[in-house]
Design a protein. Sequence first.
Length: 153
Amino acid sequence: MEIGDKIPEILGIDQNGKEIKSSDYKGRKLILYSYPKANTSGCTAEACSLQAHKAELAAADYEIIGVSKDKVEQQKKFADTQGLEFSLIADTDTTLLQALGAWGEKVLYGRHYFGILRTTYLVNEEGIIEKIFTPKEIKTKIHAEQILDYIKK
């Protein structure tokens, strides 16, 4: 997906087993972010950064939704362990990740494989992508500050 595209209607099932749809957020802005794996250091740092700044992001009318390939149970454990107060979608078949363009080829120690590309999409009240933070731009420990800096421009 690119800036100007509308996000899919069906986003997936969250850590509580609830189906999440983009229409559930009509009239509200979203931070939709993809992360490789729950309870890993970088993903935990990113999620905790967003949680720590949740009130500031909410004051700017943004709600947060995370998505990874982890199962519902793993997302639930991640949310509970880290005190995350936002939806984490369990996209086990990568349908949403592929639609977003957050699933692709990666290279680790010369080995090529497909996986989740850490990406953040800022979505307006109509479900249209307004900004994309690419994997190279995202600094996990301060990602919420990066988003706030962009919003304040």
